[in-house]
Design a protein around this ligand. Structure first.
Ligand SMILES: [Cu+2]
Length: 549
C-alpha cells in the first residue's frame, strides 16, 4: 500500500490579489473559487489500494467540503464530504484532512465540492491505476487524456443558487458548456479558448471522460471516430464500441479511440441531453479538437455529430451496451426490497411577495422529492447526530415504498389530481449491516418526466434492470449475470431502474439526484447503515479536526 498525500487549498481572487482564479471567458472577467488556483482542479493520481490523505485548507470566503465521488470510503464515512450529511462545512480559514483507502478500486472517478453549487468550478479527476505489474484488460493505450465536461456560468454560482431558490422557479441555463474548462469556438470570444489533443496517426488513446456539470446531462462524440467503452464509474466493462456516449453529472467513462482516419483536425463535441419538457437549456455545443500531427493548425475541423437533445433511444443504446467485464457478486437473494419514486413537485407559495418568490409552475415554488418527501438538510451533520445520539436532527421513518401507489408516470401524488405537493423532512432509512438491498427507482411525471442521474454515496451498485413506464415486477427483465457496477444511474425518463447492493459499509450515506438544482429542491434521501460485529465492521471515531458547525 502506498501513501499518497495531497494538499488542496481553496482560493478566491480579490481585486488586490493577482490570482490564477481571476479568469476570463466569453469576454467576461470574474473571480471563481478554485483549488490550488486551477480550473479544472488538480488531478489526484493514485494506485489501487493506496491510502490517500488530503489536507484541504479553505482560503475562500465560502463554506466548502470536498466529496470523493465513487470512492467506497470503507469504514471512512467521516471523509465522504457531503455537507450536513457526513460533516459540517470547512469554514473560511479552517482546514480538514480527508483520509481514505482506495480498496480494490481502479479507473477514473472525480472529486468535487459538495456544498451549495460550488461544484460549478471546484472539480477534478481521480485517476487510479491498477497495482504495479497488473495490466489493463484492454489494449494498452499509447497515451491517455482526461476529458472533463463542465458547465460555466457568468454569474457567481453560490449567488446563483440563492437567487434561484429565492425565486421559486427554475434555474437559468449555463452560459456555456466546457471541455476541460474550455468552451470552444461556438461561443462569443471563445475561438481560441478550445482544448486540443495531439494525435499520432495510428496510435490508440485512452480518454478518461468525466461529467462534472451541474444541471445537465450530455452527449459526447468525436468526428469520424468511434469510441470503445472499457470502463464506467471506475469499473471495467466488456468492450462496447459506439459513435457517441451520454454522461450525466457524476458519471465517468474510459473509452479507447484509435487515430485511424486520414490526417486532419477532428472536432470533439459536448452537447445537451434534455429529456424533460418545457425547460430552457443551453443548446450550443462545446468543441475541442482531436488533431493529427501533420494537420494544418489553421485547417477547418470536421464537425462531430451529436444526437438531437431529446434522443432517448441514443441514451438507451449506450446503456444497453454497458456490461461488467466479469460476473461480479450480484446479490441473488434480497433481504430488503425498496421502491423509491423520484421526481419534481410544485408547492403552494405563501410568500407575501409572490412576484419575486413564486415563479414556479402555477405560481408555486418548485421542489423535488423521493417517495414524495423533499429532503431538508439538518443544522449539524447527520453522521455526527447519529454517532453522538443527538436528538432532533432527523427521523428514521423514510418509507421503503411510496405512501400511496398511483400511476407514477402519468398521475399526481395526492388525492386531488392537481395536488403536486410533497411533504418535507429529514428522514432516513436504517439498514442492518450486511443487508442485501434491491431498490427500484421510479421516475414520476408529477411535473415532467425526466432522466435523473441518481448517485449513491459509499457504494457502487449493480444495475440489474431498467425500462420505461411504471415498474412491473411481472414483466421486468433482470440481468443477474453481468450487470454494470455503477455509482450513478441515469434512471430512464418516464421509466425505472433496479439496483442491488450489500450494505457492508457502516455510516450515513447520501443518495440524491446529481443535478444540483434537484438536490437543492430536495431530491435526496439517506441510508443509515449500522455497525456489524467487531472492528472490521464498525465505523471508527471521528477525526479530531472534523469541522464544527
Ligand atoms: Cu434529478
Amino acid at each position: 500500500m502506498q501513501l499518497l498525500i495531497v494538499l488542496l487549498w481553496f482560493r478566491h481572487g480579490t481585486p488586490e490579489q493577482v490570482q490564477t482564479t481571476r479568469i476570463t471567458k466569453l469576454c467576461n472577467t470574474k473571480d471563481i473559487v478554485t483549488v490550488n488556483g486551477m480550473y479544472p482542479g488538480p488531478v489526484v493520481y493514485a494506485q489501487e489500494d493506496d491510502r490517500v490523505i488530503v489536507k484541504v485548507t479553505n482560503e475562500s470566503p465560502y463554506n466548502v467540503t470536498i466529496h470523493w465521488h465513487g470512492i467506497r470510503q470503507m469504514l471512512s464515512c467521516w471523509s465522504d464530504g457531503p455537507s450536513y450529511i457526513t460533516q459540517c462545512p470547512i469554514q473560511a480559514g479552517q482546514s480538514f484532512t480527508y483520509e481514505f483507502t482506495l480498496v480494490k478500486q481502479k479507473g477514473t472517478l472525480l472529486w468535487h465540492a459538495h456544498v451549495s453549487w460550488l461544484r460549478g468550478t471546484v472539480y477534478g479527476a481521480i485517476v487510479m491505476y491498477p497495482k504495479a505489474g497488473v495490466p489493463y484488460p484492454f489494449t494498452y493505450p499509447y497515451k491517455e487524456h482526461i476529458i472533463i465536461l463542465g458547465e460555466y456560468w457568468l454569474k457567481d454560482v453560490v449567488q446563483l443558487e440563492k437567487a434561484v431558490l429565492a425565486s421559486g422557479g427554475g434555474p437559468p441555463p449555463a452560459d456555456a458548456f466546457t471541455i476541460n474548462g474550455h468552451p470552444g469556438p461556438n461561443y462569443n470570444c471563445s475561438n481560441n479558448d478550445a482544448y486540443k489533443i495531439d494525435v499520432v496517426p495510428g496510435k490508440t488513446y485512452l480518454l478518461r471522460l468525466v461529467n462534472a456539470g451541474l444541471n445537465m446531462e450530455n452527449f459526447f462524440s468525436i468526428a469520424n471516430h468511434r469510441m470503445t467503452i472499457v470502463e464506467a464509474d471506475g469499473e471495467y466493462t466488456k468492450p462496447f464500441t459506439t459513435d457517441r456516449v451520454m454522461l450525466g453529472p457524476g458519471q465517468t467513462m474510459n473509452v479507447l479511440v484509435t487515430g485511424d482516419q486520414s490526417i486532419g483536425k477532428y472536432s470533439m463535441a459536448m452537447g445537451p441531453y434534455m429529456s424533460a419538457q418545457g425547460i430552457p437549456f443551453q443548446n450550443i455545443s462545446a468543441i475541442a479538437y482531436f488533431q493529427y500531427l501533420g494537420a494544418l493548425p489553421t485547417s477547418l475541423s470536421l464537425p462531430a455529430r451529436l444526437p438531437s437533445f431529446n434522443d432517448n433511444l441514443a441514451v438507451k443504446m449506450v446503456m444497453d451496451g454497458l456490461r461488467s467485464l466479469k460476473s461480479g457478486h450480484v446479490p441473488k437473494e434480497i433481504d430488503q426490497n425498496l421502491y423509491y419514486t423520484i421526481g419534481l413537485n410544485v408547492q403552494q407559495c405563501h410568500s407575501p411577495t409572490p412576484q419575486q418568490n413564486c415563479q414556479g409552475l402555477n405560481n408555486g415554488t418548485m421542489a423535488a422529492s423521493m417517495n414524495n418527501i423533499s429532503f431538508v438538510k439538518p443544522k449539524i451533520s447527520l453522521l455526527e447526530a447519529y454517532y453522538n445520539r443527538i436528538n432532533g436532527q432527523f427521523t428514521e421513518d423514510f418509507p421503503g415504498v411510496p405512501l400511496k401507489f398511483y400511476d407514477f408516470v402519468n398521475g399526481a401524488p395526492n388525492n386531488s389530481p392537481n395536488n403536486t405537493q410533497s411533504m418535507i423532512g429529514t428522514r432516513t432509512f436504517v439498514l442492518e449491516y450486511g443487508t442485501r438491498v434491491q431498490l427500484i427507482l421510479q421516475d414520476t411525471g408529477t411535473v415532467s418526466t425526466e432522466n435523473h442521474p441518481i448517485h449513491l454515496h459509499g457504494y457502487s451498485f449493480y444495475v440489474v434492470g431498467y425500462g420505461s413506464g411504471n415498474y412491473n415486477p411481472q414483466t421486468a427483465q433482470f440481468n443477474l449475470v453481468d450487470p454494470p457496477y455503477l455509482n450513478t444511474i441515469g434512471v430512464p425518463v418516464g421509466g425505472w431502474a433496479a439496483i442491488r447492493f450489500v450494505a457492508d459499509n457502516p455510516g450515513v450515506w447520501f443518495m440524491h439526484c446529481h443535478f444540483d438544482i434537484h438536490l437543492s429542491w430536495g431530491l435526496a434521501s439517506v441510508f443509515i447503515v449500522k455497525n456489524g460485529k467487531g472492528e472490521l465492521e464498525t465505523l471508527p471515531h471521528p477525526p479530531a479536526d472534523l469541522p464544527r458547525c
